[in-house]
Design a protein around this ligand. Sequence first.
Ligand SMILES: [Zn+2]
Ligand SMILES: [Zn+2]
Length: 188
Amino acid sequence: MERWQYNSDSSVALLLCTMDIQPYMYEPYASSTDDDSTSGDSEEEAELNAHQMRLGNTNWCLCGKCVSAEAFEECVCCKEIGPINTKKETDAPITGHLQCIVEHPGFTTNCLDVWALQMAYENTPKKYRKANATVNERYRHTGYRNCTKWIWGYLGKNNRVVLPACVVKAIRDKFPSTQYVGFKYPKL
Ligand SMILES: [Zn+2]
Ligand SMILES: [Zn+2]
């Protein structure tokens, strides 16, 4: 199993991709037992266990492209996210049936294409740009932002989304932390 190292920029992905629509793991539980603090606690415990069961494996992945993350918040598959499924279904007459959102040509164009990312970066307000970021970090952050916009459209200030592990991996693979000698992407 491939192991994906959870680097510091992943938290930026979470931060930037704020959303209203959240993966199921953040949805409030139906609360018929809310008035009972004991069962509330065990519910919390069960939830925590369910989260931890996702760590160190990819059994939760349904698209075949996710890799294990070090934070359970990022152990989410694209097939678990409603708006992503909707996007795939809507575009299926054009793209054909896709297993994973990273196979969508819109993902490649919007989130991995350096020229599209360069344009998007230029349109990114300064407050969303991380100071002293490396070129590849800038590409990754811009890729995360573009993906969020592409799937969810404009998100209000306090809305938060979590990008699925397959998406984060595809963007990290294209723009790795390691800088290669002779590595040539347009300037950001
Ligand atoms: Zn997956
Ligand atoms: Zn996927």
